[in-house]
Ligand binder design. Sequence first.
Ligand code: HEC
Ligand code: HEC
Length: 152
Amino acid sequence: MFASALLFTSISACSHYEALQKDPKESSKGDDESHNEGQNCGSCHNINGHEAVREAGWWTVSGTVFREGDDKGDDNAIVELWEKPGRAGKLIKKLETDKEGNFYTNQILNFMGGCYPVIYTPGGQVKVMPIPYTGGSCNSCHGVSTSKLELK
Ligand code: HEC
Ligand code: HEC
Protein backbone atom coordinates (compact mmCIF):
# COMPACT_ATOMS: atom_id res chain seq x y z
CA MET A 1 0.00 0.00 0.00
CA PHE A 2 2.72 2.43 1.09
CA ALA A 3 4.93 1.48 -1.81
CA SER A 4 2.20 2.00 -4.38
CA ALA A 5 1.39 5.42 -2.92
CA LEU A 6 5.04 6.39 -3.34
CA LEU A 7 5.10 5.08 -6.86
CA PHE A 8 1.96 7.02 -7.70
CA THR A 9 3.54 10.25 -6.42
CA SER A 10 6.65 9.79 -8.49
CA ILE A 11 4.85 9.11 -11.76
CA SER A 12 1.88 11.43 -11.31
CA ALA A 13 3.28 14.23 -13.48
CA CYS A 14 3.81 11.79 -16.32
CA SER A 15 0.44 10.08 -16.04
CA HIS A 16 -1.26 13.48 -15.97
CA TYR A 17 0.40 14.24 -19.30
CA GLU A 18 -0.84 10.95 -20.73
CA ALA A 19 -4.32 11.44 -19.30
CA LEU A 20 -4.62 14.71 -21.23
CA GLN A 21 -3.99 12.93 -24.48
CA LYS A 22 -6.49 10.16 -23.71
CA ASP A 23 -9.28 12.54 -22.80
CA PRO A 24 -9.25 15.08 -25.59
CA LYS A 25 -11.22 18.23 -24.88
CA GLU A 26 -11.62 20.78 -27.60
CA SER A 27 -13.99 23.55 -28.56
CA SER A 28 -16.27 22.93 -31.47
CA LYS A 29 -19.01 24.77 -33.28
CA GLY A 30 -22.20 24.86 -31.23
CA ASP A 31 -20.56 23.93 -27.88
CA ASP A 32 -21.55 26.09 -24.92
CA GLU A 33 -19.37 24.65 -22.14
CA SER A 34 -16.88 27.51 -21.93
CA HIS A 35 -17.06 30.93 -20.28
CA ASN A 36 -15.05 34.08 -19.45
CA GLU A 37 -14.81 35.35 -23.05
CA GLY A 38 -11.80 37.59 -23.56
CA GLN A 39 -10.09 36.62 -20.33
CA ASN A 40 -6.69 35.01 -20.17
CA CYS A 41 -7.81 31.36 -20.00
CA GLY A 42 -4.29 30.25 -19.17
CA SER A 43 -4.28 32.22 -15.92
CA CYS A 44 -6.58 29.52 -14.51
CA HIS A 45 -6.40 26.59 -16.96
CA ASN A 46 -2.76 25.78 -16.40
CA ILE A 47 -0.98 22.73 -15.06
CA ASN A 48 -0.74 24.31 -11.60
CA GLY A 49 -4.42 25.21 -11.53
CA HIS A 50 -6.53 24.17 -8.56
CA GLU A 51 -8.52 20.92 -8.44
CA ALA A 52 -11.66 22.17 -10.27
CA VAL A 53 -9.57 23.54 -13.11
CA ARG A 54 -7.51 20.38 -13.40
CA GLU A 55 -10.75 18.41 -13.70
CA ALA A 56 -12.00 20.79 -16.40
CA GLY A 57 -8.81 20.90 -18.40
CA TRP A 58 -5.42 22.44 -18.98
CA TRP A 59 -5.50 24.28 -22.32
CA THR A 60 -2.38 24.27 -24.47
CA VAL A 61 -4.01 26.80 -26.85
CA SER A 62 -7.01 28.96 -25.95
CA GLY A 63 -8.57 32.31 -26.61
CA THR A 64 -11.56 34.23 -27.92
CA VAL A 65 -12.55 35.53 -31.34
CA PHE A 66 -15.09 38.33 -30.89
CA ARG A 67 -17.83 38.67 -33.50
CA GLU A 68 -20.37 41.35 -34.20
CA GLY A 69 -23.82 40.53 -32.88
CA ASP A 70 -24.80 38.41 -29.93
CA ASP A 71 -24.94 34.79 -31.01
CA LYS A 72 -22.63 33.67 -33.77
CA GLY A 73 -22.90 30.04 -32.72
CA ASP A 74 -23.97 28.86 -36.15
CA ASP A 75 -21.49 31.04 -37.99
CA ASN A 76 -18.40 30.30 -35.97
CA ALA A 77 -14.83 31.32 -36.61
CA ILE A 78 -11.92 28.98 -37.23
CA VAL A 79 -8.41 29.22 -35.83
CA GLU A 80 -5.45 27.59 -37.53
CA LEU A 81 -1.81 27.32 -36.53
CA TRP A 82 0.60 27.02 -39.47
CA GLU A 83 4.26 26.12 -39.58
CA LYS A 84 5.10 29.05 -41.89
CA PRO A 85 3.62 32.51 -42.57
CA GLY A 86 0.92 32.80 -45.23
CA ARG A 87 -0.81 29.49 -44.36
CA ALA A 88 2.19 27.56 -45.63
CA GLY A 89 4.08 24.48 -44.46
CA LYS A 90 2.36 22.07 -42.12
CA LEU A 91 -1.06 22.76 -40.58
CA ILE A 92 -0.26 22.16 -36.90
CA LYS A 93 -3.76 22.62 -35.50
CA LYS A 94 -7.24 23.68 -36.52
CA LEU A 95 -9.85 24.67 -33.93
CA GLU A 96 -13.45 25.84 -34.19
CA THR A 97 -14.80 28.52 -31.87
CA ASP A 98 -17.81 27.64 -29.75
CA LYS A 99 -20.97 29.64 -29.09
CA GLU A 100 -19.10 32.00 -26.76
CA GLY A 101 -16.48 32.69 -29.42
CA ASN A 102 -13.95 30.74 -27.37
CA PHE A 103 -11.51 28.13 -28.68
CA TYR A 104 -9.41 25.71 -26.62
CA THR A 105 -7.68 22.35 -26.70
CA ASN A 106 -5.92 20.22 -24.10
CA GLN A 107 -3.86 18.37 -26.72
CA ILE A 108 -0.07 18.68 -26.53
CA LEU A 109 1.08 20.34 -29.75
CA ASN A 110 4.49 20.82 -31.32
CA PHE A 111 4.70 24.51 -32.25
CA MET A 112 7.97 23.80 -34.06
CA GLY A 113 9.70 26.69 -32.31
CA GLY A 114 7.08 29.20 -33.50
CA CYS A 115 4.02 28.92 -35.68
CA TYR A 116 1.68 31.38 -37.40
CA PRO A 117 -1.94 31.81 -36.24
CA VAL A 118 -4.72 32.58 -38.71
CA ILE A 119 -8.37 33.30 -37.87
CA TYR A 120 -11.15 33.25 -40.44
CA THR A 121 -14.88 32.82 -40.97
CA PRO A 122 -16.68 30.46 -43.34
CA GLY A 123 -17.82 33.72 -45.02
CA GLY A 124 -14.25 34.47 -46.06
CA GLN A 125 -12.84 37.10 -43.68
CA VAL A 126 -9.22 36.28 -42.82
CA LYS A 127 -6.70 37.74 -40.37
CA VAL A 128 -3.16 36.46 -39.98
CA MET A 129 -0.65 37.01 -37.20
CA PRO A 130 2.51 38.33 -38.88
CA ILE A 131 4.85 37.31 -36.06
CA PRO A 132 5.41 33.80 -34.68
CA TYR A 133 3.43 32.38 -31.80
CA THR A 134 5.29 30.14 -29.39
CA GLY A 135 2.55 29.08 -26.98
CA GLY A 136 0.27 30.18 -24.20
CA SER A 137 -3.16 31.69 -24.08
CA CYS A 138 -3.89 33.98 -27.04
CA ASN A 139 -5.79 36.29 -24.69
CA SER A 140 -2.65 36.84 -22.60
CA CYS A 141 -1.68 39.36 -25.33
CA HIS A 142 -4.88 39.95 -27.33
CA GLY A 143 -7.06 42.39 -25.45
CA VAL A 144 -4.13 43.21 -23.14
CA SER A 145 -0.95 44.31 -24.93
CA THR A 146 -2.44 44.20 -28.46
CA SER A 147 -5.92 44.38 -29.97
CA LYS A 148 -8.50 41.69 -29.17
CA LEU A 149 -9.14 39.06 -31.84
CA GLU A 150 -12.14 40.17 -33.84
CA LEU A 151 -14.00 39.25 -37.03
CA LYS A 152 -17.26 40.67 -38.33
C1 HEC B 1 -10.78 32.74 -13.28
C2 HEC B 1 -10.39 31.39 -13.68
C3 HEC B 1 -10.81 30.92 -15.06
C4 HEC B 1 -10.64 31.58 -16.27
C5 HEC B 1 -9.98 32.93 -16.54
C6 HEC B 1 -11.16 30.69 -17.29
N1 HEC B 1 -11.66 29.54 -16.72
FE1 HEC B 1 -12.57 27.99 -17.66
N2 HEC B 1 -12.94 27.07 -15.89
C7 HEC B 1 -12.53 27.53 -14.66
C8 HEC B 1 -13.00 26.60 -13.63
C9 HEC B 1 -12.74 26.72 -12.13
C10 HEC B 1 -13.72 25.58 -14.30
C11 HEC B 1 -14.41 24.36 -13.69
C12 HEC B 1 -15.67 24.73 -12.99
C13 HEC B 1 -16.63 25.37 -13.93
O1 HEC B 1 -17.08 24.70 -14.88
O2 HEC B 1 -16.92 26.57 -13.75
C14 HEC B 1 -13.69 25.91 -15.72
C15 HEC B 1 -14.30 25.19 -16.72
C16 HEC B 1 -14.15 25.42 -18.07
C17 HEC B 1 -14.69 24.58 -19.11
C18 HEC B 1 -15.55 23.33 -18.91
C19 HEC B 1 -14.72 22.08 -19.09
C20 HEC B 1 -15.54 20.83 -18.84
O3 HEC B 1 -15.16 19.79 -19.35
O4 HEC B 1 -16.54 20.91 -18.15
C21 HEC B 1 -14.29 25.09 -20.30
C22 HEC B 1 -14.57 24.54 -21.69
C23 HEC B 1 -13.51 26.28 -20.01
N3 HEC B 1 -13.44 26.46 -18.65
C24 HEC B 1 -12.92 27.09 -20.96
C25 HEC B 1 -12.33 28.32 -20.68
C26 HEC B 1 -11.83 29.23 -21.70
C27 HEC B 1 -11.84 28.95 -23.19
C28 HEC B 1 -11.36 30.33 -21.05
C29 HEC B 1 -10.81 31.61 -21.64
C30 HEC B 1 -11.64 32.29 -22.61
C31 HEC B 1 -11.55 30.09 -19.62
N4 HEC B 1 -12.13 28.86 -19.44
C32 HEC B 1 -11.17 30.98 -18.63
C33 HEC B 1 -11.78 28.67 -14.42
C34 HEC B 1 -11.45 29.64 -15.36
C1 HEC C 1 3.01 37.15 -27.06
C2 HEC C 1 1.81 37.89 -27.47
C3 HEC C 1 0.86 37.22 -28.43
C4 HEC C 1 0.26 35.98 -28.31
C5 HEC C 1 0.43 34.95 -27.20
C6 HEC C 1 -0.58 35.85 -29.47
N1 HEC C 1 -0.50 36.96 -30.27
FE1 HEC C 1 -1.53 37.29 -32.01
N2 HEC C 1 -0.61 39.09 -32.23
C7 HEC C 1 0.28 39.63 -31.33
C8 HEC C 1 0.71 40.94 -31.82
C9 HEC C 1 1.70 41.87 -31.13
C10 HEC C 1 0.01 41.15 -33.03
C11 HEC C 1 0.08 42.36 -33.94
C12 HEC C 1 1.27 42.20 -34.84
C13 HEC C 1 1.43 43.39 -35.74
O1 HEC C 1 0.56 43.60 -36.61
O2 HEC C 1 2.39 44.12 -35.57
C14 HEC C 1 -0.81 39.96 -33.26
C15 HEC C 1 -1.64 39.80 -34.35
C16 HEC C 1 -2.50 38.73 -34.53
C17 HEC C 1 -3.47 38.61 -35.59
C18 HEC C 1 -3.75 39.64 -36.67
C19 HEC C 1 -4.78 40.58 -36.10
C20 HEC C 1 -5.28 41.60 -37.10
O3 HEC C 1 -6.13 42.42 -36.66
O4 HEC C 1 -4.87 41.60 -38.23
C21 HEC C 1 -4.12 37.41 -35.42
C22 HEC C 1 -5.22 36.82 -36.28
C23 HEC C 1 -3.55 36.79 -34.23
N3 HEC C 1 -2.59 37.63 -33.72
C24 HEC C 1 -3.95 35.57 -33.75
C25 HEC C 1 -3.45 34.98 -32.58
C26 HEC C 1 -3.89 33.70 -32.06
C27 HEC C 1 -4.98 32.84 -32.66
C28 HEC C 1 -3.13 33.46 -30.96
C29 HEC C 1 -3.11 32.21 -30.09
C30 HEC C 1 -2.95 30.95 -30.83
C31 HEC C 1 -2.25 34.59 -30.77
N4 HEC C 1 -2.47 35.49 -31.77
C32 HEC C 1 -1.36 34.72 -29.72
C33 HEC C 1 0.73 39.07 -30.15
C34 HEC C 1 0.36 37.82 -29.66
